[in-house]
Every structure is written in structure tokens, then in C-alpha cells.
Design a protein around this ligand. Sequence first.
Ligand SMILES: Cc1cc2nc3c(=O)[nH]c(=O)nc-3n(C[C@H](O)[C@H](O)[C@H](O)COP(=O)(O)OP(=O)(O)OC[C@H]3O[C@@H](n4cnc5c(N)ncnc54)[C@H](O)[C@@H]3O)c2cc1C
Length: 446
Amino acid sequence: MVVNYPSSPTYFILLLITITRLISTVGNKTEHLHNNFNLSPDLISRHNLNDDPESLESASRDFGNLVHHLPRAVLRPRSHYDIASLVKASYEGPVPFTISVKGQGHSTRGQAMTRGGVVVDMRALREEISKNKNKKNIRVIRREEGYYGDVGGEALWADVLQEAAEIGVAPASWTDYLYLTVGGTLSNGGISGQSFKYGPQISIVNEMDVITGKGEVVTCSSHTNSELFHGVLGGLGQFGIITRARIALHPAPKMVKWEIQGLVEGLSYMPGFYYEKNVSYVEFLNRVRSGELKLQSEGLWDVPHPWLNLFIPKSQIMDFDLGVFKNIIFKRNITTGPVLIYPMDRSKWDNRMSASIPEEDIFYTVGFLHSSGFDNWKAFDAQNKEILKFCNDAGIKVKQYLPHYTTQEDWTKHFGPNKWRTFLERKLQFDPRMILSPGQRIFNND
Ligand SMILES: Cc1cc2nc3c(=O)[nH]c(=O)nc-3n(C[C@H](O)[C@H](O)[C@H](O)COP(=O)(O)OP(=O)(O)OC[C@H]3O[C@@H](n4cnc5c(N)ncnc54)[C@H](O)[C@@H]3O)c2cc1C
């Protein structure tokens, strides 16, 4: 479904006025809903929603442990149909209620939450599928042109890897950590140390099934329903719920020589940091898991995580180094947790997709992956704010990855005028009642 929009300035002015009105109206409406928690008991029972304190509390948590919004109810879907019918009920009801899909809840700022609406807990769907021998949410398919995988939006990348590796194939692009859902990373980008070569995960998707904000199930690709396809990829959950993604698969290496000799040649480095390992491809891709399990066993996984992930244009990386690393990070001297730095190649990203990246051909990802105590996370938050302020004042055109903004002005700046206009148009087209993903705080004052 390709929609051609008129392109006169008057059209856009009218569109913007309509959208501005719609946003403020819907903002008030959701405020009102949140205050009143007015999902009817009838609707709760018709859709088998859970509203016991434990379910609500669990849906108000994420990896960040900084934001906690209680929903009115939680859907534990047994099928994609359950999700579609809930969205339809909201869309067709007299007053819509907001719906947030929670993949693994590995967001850090409440992006998968909704205050007073319904959280769809994708873990329940995964469990339902794993219990039932006749159901599968990861299928590897061989065609003349090669392999691909049809994977559920609720599936974990770790499971996709396991299933594909059994046949000797794998997706080309990964995240560094695999216990994230397909729907969750495709809503952002999905990046890792290999992205400069293979692109982000959103670039390896051929087709998707999506439940739009109208409750319709739509199959989309870059040829069919392309506005929805491009909108959803990197779209922060705003246009639809991904229930299936078709991912390109390639023959996978069995072993990986995990070494950095080639990289450090000619550079000075601390010898203690040099290492070389021969590991299986699966072990290499799943390398972060052992660290997670260790932190979990020490009770250190559920602490606050005031993370900040940035994309920085290559031409400004030295200014960033001086202003941020030397003048903020080293001076404050509070950073705990890894700082990841990767190069990225813009040509591997498709600008028709919603993900917002710097304009330059090469940019860098810098991730400050802080863990903090419950009493000192504000110091890290203050450091993050200082970094963002410095970049803004110095004219360093950074983009946040896994963005977190609270004002329309900041979101407009994040996307830039053209992308923002497209984002608004797609929102009006696919989720006109602003039901989906309120925790991102783009259209809802959640
Ligand atoms: C330990 C850790 C390691 C990480 N490593 C990486 C990494 O290497 N690379 C990287 O790119 N990111 C990484 N991330 C970030 C991660 O990709 C994002 O936080 C992602 O959103 C988490 O996926 P999730 O399944 O937990 O999504 P959630 O946090 O549950 O949801 C995130 C957003 O996506 C929406 N959403 C979820 N599922 C769907 C769906 N099916 N359809 C539509 N919208 C949906 C939600 O409503 C929400 O707005 C990491 C995060 C953590 C905590």
C-alpha cells in the first residue's frame, strides 16, 4: 500500500496543524486515561487481561530500573490473534487505551511501559509456543536464491542463532548481546561490532507481518506496503507490532579466531589487554551471556542502568574525544561499566527506514553502559546530561541510539525536519489514535 501525498507547502502546513492538534488532544486524552485507569472490567475479562498486583508490578520494570509506570492490565498473549484483537478493541472503542509491547524489557527508560494502558508481555507468547510441539516461531527455509528465516517478533535472537546454526546458516548482522527480542531490536536498529561490515539488523529484513494501530494484520516489504515496512524498521514501536520478520540467512563459519592482533599492530597498547581465542561461531556470538549470568548470580544485573548511546559523525569525533572523554568523563571519574566504541558505515543503512543516524558517510557509536547503585544513578544521569549539553553547545551533531527524549522539540531535532515529517505522516496513517508504544514519549505524554 503506497500512499502518494500531495507535496504543496499548504498541504504540509495543514498536516502539521492537524498533527499538532491531534497530539495535544491525544496527549490530554491519554493523561485522562492514565489518571482514571478507565479500561472497563468487561474489556479486561473479554481479553483475558491480568490485573493482579504482581503482573502490573512486573510490567512496570525494565533493565534501566530508573522509570516505573504501572499499567492498568497485562495481556499474556497465546497467539498473535490475541494481540490483534486487543489493538482492534482499543482502536474501535469510544476512548482508545494505550498499548505497549514488552519484548524482554531491556529498554532503559520505560520505552516498553504504559501508564494506565495495557502491556503485551511477549515472553508469555514465547513460552506458549515453546510448550506446544505444533507451534514454531523460528523456521529456516531454503529457496533457490538462498536461506531465510521466518521468525516471530517475540523470538529471542539467541534462539534464532541456535535454530539456524543447526543447519549451518546464520543472519549476517547481530547485536552483541542475544537475549533481546527480534521485535525489540528491529524497532531500534540492532547493532554490534560487525555492523560496519554487514549493516544493522534492520538492513537484513526482507518482509514482516505487522499489526498496525488499527488492529489490522499487514504483510509488508520494500515492495509491498513499503511505507509500513520502512516505518516499522527503527520505528520505536510507533506504527505497528512486529509479529513475524523474514531474515536473510547465510552459510555460517564453524569456528572464529577471535583476535585483535591485526587491529593493534602499529598502535601502543597495554599488553594485558591483548588476547586471542579460538571459539565456535555460536560461542563468539553469545560471548556476553557468561558475563550476564555472573552478574545475575551476584545480584548485580538488576541495578539501575543509566545508559547513554550516541552516534557521532566522524568529522567531529576528535572534538567529542576532547570535550567528552577528556573534559567530562576523566574529570568526573565516576564511569563504571563498559564503554563501547564502533565505527559505522552509513551506506549500510537505508534512509527510508525510521532509524535516525548522522549525515556523514562514517560515524561512530559510543555507548556508555553504566551500572550504578540505587543511591547514585543521578550522578550518572547528570554526567549524561552534561555530555549531551556539551555536544549541543559545541555543535557536535550526535544522534542518540535507543533515544530518550521527553519533548516534541527534541524528537523533531532527533529525526530532522524531513524524517520527522515522514514519521508524523506514517503515525497518522498506521496508528491514528496514538495507541502504540506510549513509553517512547513521542506522541503520548506517558
Ligand atoms: C544487556 C543489554 C545488551 C544490549 N545489547 C545491544 C546490542 O548489542 N545492540 C543493540 O542494538 N542493542 C542492544 N541493547 C539494546 C536493545 O536492543 C534495546 O533495548 C531493545 O529495545 C531491547 O529489546 P527488548 O526485546 O528487550 O525490547 P523492549 O525493551 O521490550 O522494547 C523496546 C521497544 O520496542 C517495542 N517493541 C518490542 N517488541 C516489539 C514488537 N514485536 N513490535 C513492535 N515494537 C516492539 C517496545 O514497545 C518498546 O518501545 C542491549 C540492551 C541490554 C539491556
